[in-house]
Design a protein around this ligand. Sequence first.
Ligand SMILES: Cc1ncc(COP(=O)(O)O)c(C=O)c1O
Length: 394
Amino acid sequence: MKKSSKTKSWGDATLAIHTGEEKFRVGAPVGTSIARTSNFTFASTEEMKRWAEGKSSAYIYSRYGNPTLAIAEKKIAALEGAEDAVVTASGTAAISSALLSQLRAGEEVIATRQLYGGSYRLFRDVLPRLGIVVRHVETDLAGIERLVGPRTKVLYIETPTNPTLRLVDLKKAVAFAQEWGLVSLIDNTFASPVLQKPLSMGFNIVLHSASKYLAGHSDVIAGAAAGNSVLIEQVRAMVIQIGGSMDPEAAFLLIRGMKTLGVRIERQCKNAMLVAKFLEKHPKVASVHYPGLPSHPDYALAKRQMRGFGAMMAFDLKGGLGAARRFCDRVRVFLLAASLGGVESLVVLPIYTSHYKMSTAELRAAGVGPGTVRVSVGLEDPEDLIEDLRQALG
Ligand SMILES: Cc1ncc(COP(=O)(O)O)c(C=O)c1O
């Protein structure tokens, strides 16, 4: 790209729009083209031989790589300040491929206990079957030094957590991982790279459910991992081997979504603050979990390590599960739906969605009450959101 020398000083919005797309010639399409193909031609068997010998980076088959995927990867790498990134068929594919690329049977991983339910179940149900030992630590990392040993290879955290919005101290986590020579992985889905850039603080691999804020329109399942080239090559090799590659159509939707990431996050954060303040004052609400409220236990940490407080929150109603169900059944602007990070505001009961198949003890440990409502604040007019909450709680 002719103007690539400028990219280093570009801000996030410019990076998301322009990185990875070569437009500086006559007749280039401004919109992103989809390489809607499973495979690619070679001009000669000599070229194929070079590919097989690892001497050529030519595209061969879209599970291994594809020009549209490469555009998405460059944008995510630029936003995260990474040397490289790999996009995947889902956030879960990115998480599992990253973990499997770094862990072998007999080795150990320390992971925070408060995680997206699907990630928690991966640690609980899948990794132990492969002979990988999982040890959980609370989000404050208390006592983590008692969990580490010679076989510990990976530290895995998620911050802010789904759905309770607790934060992990990034500096503390990195210092610990570096002291013990662990590869540090972080799920950055809730913050997005606009609000938090963990690689710049020393994390090794950043993971995303790109189905959420990065794509932003509730129309695609996608994932990504970003980090230095060596680690991302290892993750990419695992993605190729276990088959979690992204489809080019999904890459197009992700790219199109990312072009508005900056303004979406900015406005969603503003809307979320208004929603959180309204909920906190409502007489039927017992507690609101939003890191932007001074009442939140991690408010000071959020101010220190995030550029904004995000658009996710959870709250508990005084009437417990019954009141929470009644509220969720009455919303008319908010939609009752799983997932998050899209333009539409959503409410959900984690016990029926992200945190299903978890015991009462596991839910308690994750901070999820039976009546906890998770809210993803979207881009509607804030007055309409507040009015909807008022009528649904009424
Ligand atoms: C924080 C977080 N990480 C990972 C995932 C999994 O992503 P995907 O559904 O794209 O596989 C989710 C999905 O809800 C999530 O909320």
